[in-house]
Design a protein around this ligand. Sequence first.
Ligand SMILES: [Zn+2]
Length: 99
Amino acid sequence: MMLLEWVRRTDGEAPVLVNSWYRDPAYNAAVGGVSHSMHLTLGAADIVKVGWSPADVADLLGHAPHKHMLGIGRYKSFTHIDIRGMIGRPAPARWGSNE
Ligand SMILES: [Zn+2]
């Protein structure tokens, strides 16, 4: 995803680890994913930028190209990013608090 490359390069280059990309429906259910999860559509990733806090990655994504098309979820140990607006779903979406 070009967005992940943007995250990797912006504000100091650092590797971006993708924790979760595509989930098949059975795996999605097993990990407690919601049934309409963006992870079922190949349009989502849970990411960590090495050396960055999830909060800082979420803040960075708030300034990303096409940010109005994105879903950004803040979690304690990673940041969720998806391109919901590019596949016709309501966007943007923001949730979570990194707590
Ligand atoms: Zn996610």
